[in-house]
Each structure stands twice: as C-alpha cells, then as structure tokens.
Design a protein around this ligand. Sequence first.
Ligand code: AHR
Length: 512
Amino acid sequence: MKRTFTIALAALMPLFLNAQNITVRVETDPMEKQIIAKELYGQFSEHLGSCIYGGLWVGPDSNIPNINGYRKDVFEALKELKVPVMRWPGGCFADDYHWRDGIGPQANRPHIVNNNWGGTLEDNSFGTHEFLNLCEMLDCEPYISGNVGSGTVEEMSKWVEYMTAANGHMADERAANGRKEPWKVKYFGIGNEAWGCGGNMTAEYYSNQYRAFSTYLRDYHGNKLYKIASGASDYDYDWTETLMKAIGNKMDGVSLHYYSVNNWNDKGSATNFTDDEYYEIIGKTLEVEPVIARHCAIMDSVDPQKKIGLLLDEWGTWFNVEPGTNPGHLYQQNTMRDAIVAGLNFNIFHRYTDRLKMANIAQVVNVLQAMLLTNAEGQMIKTPTYYVFKMYNVHQDAQYLPVSCNAESVATPLDRTMPLVSATASRDAQGDIHVSLVNPDLKKDQKVTVELSALKGKAISGEIITAKDIHAYNDFGKAESVNIQNFKGFKVKGDNVEIELPAKSVVTITIK
Ligand code: AHR
C-alpha cells in the first residue's frame, strides 16, 4: 500500500523532536585494514545517444575544440575527475558490437544502425584505438564489454589478442593501424545483461557460454585479464547463486546492475518532481544496500575468502528523457537530487569494500545520471553529480574507516526508510582523514557530532554541495547553481567536530 511521506512524517514527529544530536563515531584504528577500491568511482560510456558522438568524441575536423577528435572541454573535465576506470562500448550495445567495424582507416569503417538506442546511424569513427587511447590519456583502466549475444568465441578472443599481444598477426594488424605497442587491458566483461538484451539467456545457459568464451581469452605478454561474468539485476539473487556455483571458479568478478527507478513505465521527470517523488527515489537508492548485502551473502557461501569481486557496473538515476529529445537517447538533466543520490550510494558502497570492487555510474556524458552535459553549440556543463564525484575523490584507494552513526530512520513512500544522516570516512595515503556526510532531508538541518581521536593541533576544512531548491541544476550559458563551496559550519570541541549539516546537502570534512 502506498503511503505518503507527509503522513509518515507526521507519525514520526516525536522522533524528530528528540533527534537533535546525531553522533558519527569514526574508528580511526580499525583491526582490519581495508582499502576503498578507486574503481568504485568508475564511469560507463556506451554508444548511446550523444555519450560517444558529441560527448567524448567530435572528430578531428569538428569546429568544437578537440584534441585529435576528443572533445577538449569534456576531456579536461574528466581529467580533473581522476576517472579510475571506464567501461565501453556498452551496455546493450556491446552485444551488438563487432569490433572489426571500428578499426582501420576511418573512411572504410561501415556505417551501422544502433538497434538498441533509437536506430541512430553511426559511422564507427570511435572504435578500439580511439577508446583505448582515451583511457591512456585519462590515465584510467579500460573495461571492455565483449559481445556474447551476437558474437562468436573467435571474434572475442581475437579482440583480446589484437589489443594486448606484443607479436603475432593480430599485433601486426594493430601496428598497421597505427599502434605498435600493445595496450594494457585489465577488465574484460564477458557479455552484458545476458538475461535480457545480451541474449535472453537463462543463468545455466549463460554459464555454459561463459565457459566457452572465457577459455579463449588469453593473457598475452604480461597482460593479465580480470574476467567479469554478466551478473544479475536488482533482486535476481538466483542468477548470482547459479553463476557462483557453476562458474565461480572461472571468474574474477561478477557484475550487478541497479538503477534508482521505481516505475519503468513512467520514470518521472529529472527536474520537475514532488517531495514524495524525491523521497521515493531516495528510498529506492538506499535499497541498494540490502540488495548488495544479499548478493554478497550468496557469494560468501561459495567464496568465503572473497576472491571474487562484485562489480556494480551500472547504477544511477534513470528518469524520463527531457521533453523533445529522442526517447532512445536517454538524455536527462541532473539536479541537486542526483547529487544526494550519488553521495548516499558512495557511503553505502564503501561499507562493502571487502567485496565490492568496482562501480560504474551510467553514464559519463549526456546519458542518464551523467557527469557532463554537452550541446552541439560547443557548450558543456558539469552536473551536481560531477561535483559529488569530485568531492569524494579523496576516498579513492584510501583506507576505509568504519563509522557508527546513531541517526534515526524515518519512513519514506513505498514502505521504505531513510536515515536522517548518512556517513562514511577514510584515511588517505598522506594520513589525512576525510569524513563525508549526506543529509537527505528536504527541510531539516541536523546537528552532527563527529567523534574522532587525537584531534588536537589538526587543521580542519570542509566542502559542501547544496542548493536552496532541490530542483536546482546547472544549465547551458548560465552561472552554475550547484557546485562545491567552502563549508564553515563546524567547530572543534576536544576530540569532536560539531557540524551544522544543512538540509539536502553533501559535505566532506578533512582533518589534516
Ligand atoms: O545504461 C543503459 C542501459 O541499461 C545499458 O545499455 C544496459 O546494460 C542497461 O539495461
């Protein structure tokens, strides 16, 4: 039964009145040392709408400033973001992609219909070389998704050889196409959403396919592949269980997809939403935690030593497309709500750092919960989500510091709950501690006491992402409405930092 947040809030009023002091206790010397994989801050780039063409790539002859065809403003913004890993070429597109279409002289590359995404014609000017060179320029790991659905074992195995072998005829062909040295390719996905657009397979059938395909993906000349099985979506625990039992001994990781969507028939507007709709999305976002926990528990039962990684290689908000845009291009704006969603997700991901080894937001430019939006006039905006990624960079490869937070939870629509404050903490290589906090409530500021040890003499600084209006977004040709600001709403008392955490905000405190 659908309950409205207004009713739930009224019922919980006494709880609000008492919940004046929230304590976040940071364990600065945990027994077990765990690292937050930088790959949790990964990106996903698909041949979909204007993610590749017009987003990452405009071609060297474009009037839009570019570096050998890569859009300059986008490249520079991503460089600043320290992208650790980028997934490509899909998504659903991957199981329709034949890599040979995207190599060799540009003029000879076939034009193909993108059957998954709006029937758009594409000229394959962005292919293997363009993607892997971009990853090198960004200093990020490539994550290739191979074609199981409509491809062959031979096609996939030759692709790996083409990219990574130092000699042999595939290496010669690569050299003839302008690249003598092999690339380093670590992450390789064997299919995508095999239960759906990747071939409508059963878990048993896919497991057998996986056996055959993975057998012929070799490690060439010092390159070591990390092989990823096409995993479940959301609550499909049977898929994970079947794969773990059938091919657990043959995979390095298994993927999971989870989008913040409640109703696939009407996903709601990205910018125009009610308070109830806001809390519905927050509730669905937070539900990723029990979902991850249950997939992890299934993996634990087969792999108690946690050798196999769980990779959440698609996540984020998915709203109706912006009015007037191609429904197959998944172009949506990005508001302060998306920033809250991103912060809440990261705080959860960090808690599963012993098993969760990668997460890739969908997608990097112009698609779904994007970092960047571009237009054909050569303008680009950084979204509120971009700024959360930037603020949270400090947690990449940092030591995970467990936190306990006594914030109450309140009811949200669709029978879910939301904590009044969400927190995470880490210690970076320099020894600095970073505590990130999210206040997802639309109206209520919170007093938060962060308890640490030995604060004396330390320099403390803060950053905040917030907006007066949760609907605020950055728009072309206008001053930014949402970005990172200095935050001064804290004071030090002994070993504690007392924080006034504004409603609908994401904050990071740094203790040097
Ligand atoms: O990210 C958009 C699409 O969502 C991907 O292509 C697919 O894997 C998922 O269903």
